[in-house]
Design a protein around this ligand. Structure first.
Ligand SMILES: Nc1ncnc2c1ncn2[C@@H]1O[C@H](COP(=O)(O)OP(=O)(O)OP(=O)(O)O)[C@@H](O)[C@H]1O
Ligand SMILES: [Mg+2]
Length: 389
């Protein structure tokens, strides 16, 4: 019988890695964050001086390597962070680089829970967390996330929607939601409700007019709290709308949250597809199953004559998905109705359920769900990625 994979074993392995000063190991220097283990996947971060992050890539790789060799480990994701690891010495009043929430954030309210960063594991009561991601911005990720969530809800599932785009939250606008979530017992926030979805967004908490500067550790802290300090209750699926790209927030999600799968949104253009591949590779690296690719803004359907034209080309995502060995979940046409309903806060699946586009989202939801279930059965092999971008 193989020994079970435990944090202690991971820590033992990490004691073989020397810290940046090359004297003591990274564990005894208190540089290793909380270690999260989820079904053979190991996630943690190493605190480093941000000005030296690039030269310390070798350190990150060394840590990844020693943990990979621990029996029972299937995948390892290590990030370097400017954050102070728990247990590391606190320097005076802090160095101004800690994982504090930004000024004016609800998380700086007295009494608000502040210990959520690095807290591992899932969200109690939430059965599946699905991320909606894209390599580049403006491809319709948030629109897809909302309508996917609504189509899943139509199937009788209990659905939450988390807007993880803290730089440019969209959910208040897409769902026509105003006001602030209420604080309830246990320092939790009650999610907002729209069209039968439970919704949380940084947009409810900060003034849209106030520019906010987020640093990496703050992003981690805010996201972690939006997941764990919100009273989501019992959910079958929590759909998370990620910010575009493959930066801090995406990695944080992948590392701190046991994602059941990721949906990648792409437009048919080649460029977006290259970016979509980046997204795919990121999830693949942290062993999160990619449920499939959605081609958005596929065909333009003229609102007057109903004529179809392929403005951005058509079918690129479908053939690319086949090439990459990931499922193709479906295509959503470019329609004025989608843009208008989104901008008016009246998402099309809820407000025009018999329309063709609502049907397209329903098909996508059905396929994503099927992939999710298939992944749970463990039947699906990891996606085959044939090209690094
Ligand atoms: N299929 C579509 N047809 C027409 N307009 C669309 C479609 N999908 C999205 N849009 C519009 O495109 C714009 C960008 O969409 P959205 O905000 O969902 O993109 P995003 O990828 O989330 O962007 P960001 O990267 O800024 O978060 C919005 O105005 C939205 O209404
Ligand atoms: Mg968005």
């Amino acid at each position: 019988m193989a020994e079970p994979l435990t944090k202690e074993r991971v820590i033992e392995a990490l004691k073989r890695v020397k810290g940046p000063d090359l004297k003591d190991d990274i564990v005894s220097q208190g540089l290793v964050s909380e270690i999260v283990i989820n079904r053979g996947k190991v996630y943690f971060s190493i605190s480093v001086d941000p000005t030296r992050a690039s030269e310390l890539e070798a350190l990150r790789q060394a840590a990844e390597k020693v943990v990979s060799s621990v029996p029972g480990v299937d995948a390892v994701a290590v990030t370097l962070t400017a954050d102070r690891a728990p247990g590391a010495a606190r320097g005076g009043n802090g160095n101004g680089r800690g994982a504090e929430a930004p000024q004016g954030s609800p998380f700086t309210r007295p009494g608000a829970a502040r210990d959520a960063r690095h807290r591992p594991g899932g969200v109690p009561g939430v059965a599946n967390i699905i991320a909606v991601a894209s390599g580049k911005g403006g491809v319709g990720k948030s629109t897809t996330a909302v309508n996917l969530a609504l189509a899943l809800k139509e199937r009788g599932l209990r659905i939450g929607l988390l807007d993880a785009d803290i730089y440019g939250p969209s959910m208040p606008r897409l769902l026509g939601l105003k006001g602030q979530p209420q604080q309830i017992a246990g320092n939790k926030l009650e999610p907002m409700q729209a069209y039968g979805l439970k919704v949380m967004s940084m947009g409810f908490l900060v003034d849209e007019e106030t520019p906010m500067i987020w640093r990496g550790p703050m992003v981690m802290s805010a996201l972690s709290q939006m997941l764990k300090d919100v009273a989501w209750g019992e959910l079958d699926v929590l759909v998370v709308d990620l910010p575009p790209g493959t930066g801090d927030a995406q990695l944080t999600m992948a590392q701190q949250v046991p994602l059941a799968g990721a949906v990648i949104v792409s437009t048919p253009q080649d460029l977006a597809l290259i970016d979509a591949r980046k997204g795919l590779n990121m999830f693949r690296k942290v062993n999160v199953p990619v449920l499939g690719i959605v081609e958005n803004m596929s065909t333009f359907i003229c609102p007057h004559c109903g004529e179809r034209s392929d403005i951005f080309g058509h079918g690129g995502a479908k053939s690319e998905a086949a090439r990459l060995g990931v499922p193709f979940l479906g295509e959503v046409p470019l329609t004025l109705a989608i843009r208008e309903t989104s901008d008016e806060g009246r998402p099309v699946v809820a407000t025009d359920p018999t329309s063709k586009v609502a049907e397209a989202y329903r098909e996508i939801a059905g396929r994503a769900l099927a992939e999710l279930e298939r992944g749970k059965g463990g039947a699906r092999a990891a996606p085959r990625i044939v090209m690094e971008s």
